[in-house]
Design a protein around this ligand. Sequence first.
Ligand SMILES: [Zn+2]
Length: 427
Amino acid sequence: MKQKKASQIVLWLLLVSTVLLVLSYFNIVDKPFALPPDPEQLIQIETDGMSTDQVESSDNPTGSEVDILPSDNEEIVPSEVQATDSDEIDDSDTTGALKELVFTNINPDDITTDGTKLRVWPEESSVPQARDPNAPVLAQPNSDKPLAGAFVILDPGHGGSDIGVSWQGEEENDVLLEKNINLEIATKIQEELTRQGADVRMTRSTDEKHSYFYIMAYTADLLLQRYANDIKEIGFDPEPLENLRLLMQDVIRINSGLQDSGGRGIFDSIGTPPNLKLIYDIESEYKDTVFISIHLETSDQAEDKGVRVRYMSKEYAQDMNNSYAAGTDALKHSPNYNRYNSKRRESMAQLLADNLVATDSRMKTNLQPVIEDDLAVLRLNNVTSAQLTCGFLSNEEDRARVTSSEGQALIARGVATALLRYYTGDY
Ligand SMILES: [Zn+2]
């Protein structure tokens, strides 16, 4: 009898909670656990494909229609803020309480200085670890999708009004522009890596101009989205990351090349501003992610040819930053970042140089094949990054190779082999 009574109570409770849930769905009663979205969240939720009306309704206790759609002449609307593609932060309601996401070690005033050189940020990460930065990446490197698990960001250099280097033949219309060839090669690499199972993103897929800061903010935003999902998985509230994503989307918008106003956003200044340290610390957890910028070169010497790879170690980045600050007061600058993984960067650069030549001996250069260099696309991110120069437009043999479908396919195959070695190596 006791059991029967208990089961009746459970049945009633179930019935009542179902009714309440249905009512909350139609906004007749408050949603359990749901908080009203703040304006920043509205922008994020907007990118999930929901209409702004749907989002607004839960924040509108009267249930009356609120027209918040922007008028035609308004410049900045939430949908313009949407800059990247399908990876969205999981906004589904959670039933448990989430831990507060606290950032540490990001106050420059706390950092002591000896006054003779630029200060550096503490070695410790400022964010809770969501991923083991040393965990294996590839699920099944011996399968027909050996690169499954890899996340590759390809950056076809230049675009739009920024043509890069060029070559002019005898005929007037016999012109080669670096920007076009870079995009063709990057597209070939994308196809090859995707065929082998990698998740590949392109900073551009059309003839459009983006600044370095756009490219770095696009990269940062991809990683911020992934980190927000991962950190939620282990019980943290990802909400504070929304502010960082908004900063990135500002940088993306300002630097899109569609407007005259350039801007560096949080990438400004010598050293590494606090928000950028957070992003770098987050990026450093993603061993599965590499960034490769695709370029060509030109030279006064017609014999200069072949493939060269540029990378930037943490020591090199700090030296460069320190030299920029020479003769100025170190205390006026942000501290330097010192958690780039130099070994991984150097290893990937060497693997790219070696495996491209092994795939196509025509890619061997007469110059130094692997070079340390100070480039924004290498300095302003903390994934394993490299700039791959696929050949010289000033060299006849290289021109034929980098513009031919066969030559481009060999570059793609070489990059895939290099990445397979990189991901299965001990780096
Ligand atoms: Zn270039």
